[in-house]
Ligand binder design. Structure first.
Ligand code: ZN
Ligand code: ZN
Length: 140
């Protein structure tokens, strides 16, 4: 008797479609209503009264009312998944707690500012000096 360990798992496009499927068929077009769609027209919406699932475009083109017999609703809402938090992250979960800049940081920033001022000042001086040189050339 042979036993296959860790047999490879194959996920097909159909598996994904099944996992995403919310209802077997939209009452208007008959195609499955799925979550996680990229086409905004295919976003799942539900009748506000009976909860029947539709594609958004199908509801809007289907006389803008519920197609279910006995339901007269003209309102729909976007289908929403459970909205409770699946993961909560606090600052302590992050690698480093956020603290006020320490003295070293302040000193570095001060140095940076001084260097920048120096460079800026020098460049202004340089412009003036170049201008002065040009004046001298003209006079020469
Ligand atoms: Zn549809
Ligand atoms: Zn309805």
């Amino acid at each position: 008797m042979s036993e296959i360990e860790n047999a490879p798992i194959t996920i097909t496009v159909d598996d994904i479609a099944n996992a995403n499927q919310l209802s077997l068929g939209c009452p208007i077009c008959g195609n499955p209503v799925e979550r996680y769609v990229t086409d905004p027209n295919l976003v799942p919406v539900e009748c506000a009264d009976c909860g029947t699932l539709y594609h958004r475009l199908c509801w809007e083109q289907g006389a803008s009312k519920c197609a279910m017999i006995g339901c007269t609703s003209k309102r729909y809402k976007l289908y929403a998944e459970e909205t409770s938090a699946v993961l909560t992250i606090s600052t302590t979960d992050l690698g480093r707690e956020r603290t006020a800049p320490d003295k070293t940081t302040k000193k570095l920033k001060e140095q940076e500012r001084q260097v920048r001022d120096e460079l800026y000042g020098r460049s202004i001086f340089r412009i003036f000096f170049d201008w002065l040189l040009r004046q001298i050339k003209i006079l020469d």
